[in-house]
Write a protein that binds this ligand. Structure first.
Ligand SMILES: O=P(O)(O)OC[C@H]1O[C@H](OP(=O)(O)OP(=O)(O)O)[C@H](O)[C@@H]1O
Ligand SMILES: O=c1cc[nH]c(=O)[nH]1
Ligand SMILES: [Mg+2]
Length: 209
């Protein structure tokens, strides 16, 4: 069964609170997406394996830790996930980046795939799929189906806000994928939007509405 981690850190709660406010500007919203993604990534990478390496300080030789293998890959779900990836790259600048393009048909709420480009060696990498919103769960499930079809198995999913309906559907579809959630909200409305939520994440990041 997926491990579901809901962030309780005060900084994350504070920043998501500002994101929910409808008058928060596009610039501030965008900056917060990136900052909260970084904070969630800090927790999501807690169990990465470490290896010992020998180095020399200005005073003596010693052994320090480095992340073993450094084979990480961030996969934003376009378009709203892109800005989370930018934030995470501040913490893991050497990660490779793959892209999955999906949008949700507003009538059926079903995800529609339009793009997929992944690093050639993705199957050897630990993958962090990122999207601010897990609503019905359809988009995240479809994105991870695409990755699994390409032989990728070490997958984590990070989102800023999730609805309980989406978490249930996701964990049933991908019990082997752990989820890290900034805030777990109350429910979906009849149009599939998360309540209280923050509206349409893509529109708020890019100012398209
Ligand atoms: O869990 P679901 O019900 O599938 O909904 C969540 C999806 O909806 C939003 O994307 P959207 O379709 O608005 O695309 P965009 O990022 O291009 O705005 C969001 O970023 C997720 O990808
Ligand atoms: O509340 C929601 C649901 C889906 N997509 C969003 O951007 N927001
Ligand atoms: Mg959108």
């Amino acid at each position: 069964m997926s491990k579901v981690t809901i962030m309780d850190h005060p900084l994350i709660q504070h920043k998501i609170g500002i994101m929910r406010v409808k008058t928060t500007s596009t610039k501030e919203f965008r900056d917060l997406v990136s900052e909260v993604a970084m904070l969630i990534c800090y927790e999501a990478t807690r169990e990465l394996p470490l290896a010992d390496i020998e180095i020399e300080t200005p005073l003596m030789k010693t052994t320090v830790k480095e992340i073993a293998g450094k084979k990480l890959c961030i996969v934003p779900i376009l378009r709203a996930g892109l800005h989370m990836a930018d934030g995470i790259l501040n913490l893991i600048p050497n990660a490779k980046v793959g892209h999955v393009g999906l949008y949700r048909n507003e009538e059926t709420l079903e995800p529609v795939e339009y793009f997929c480009k992944l690093p050639a060696d993705s199957g050897d990498r630990e993958i962090f799929v990122v999207d601010p919103m897990l609503a019905t769960g359809g988009s995240a499930i479809a994105a991870i189906n695409l990755l699994k079809k390409r032989g990728i198995s070490k997958i984590h999913f990070l989102c800023l806000i999730a609805a309980p309906e989406g978490v249930k559907k996701f964990t049933e579809a991908h019990p082997d994928v752990d989820i890290f959630i900034g805030a777990l909200d109350e429910r979906l409305n009849d149009k599939g939007y998360i309540l209280p939520g923050l509206g349409d994440a893509g529109d708020r990041i890019y100012g398209t509405k």
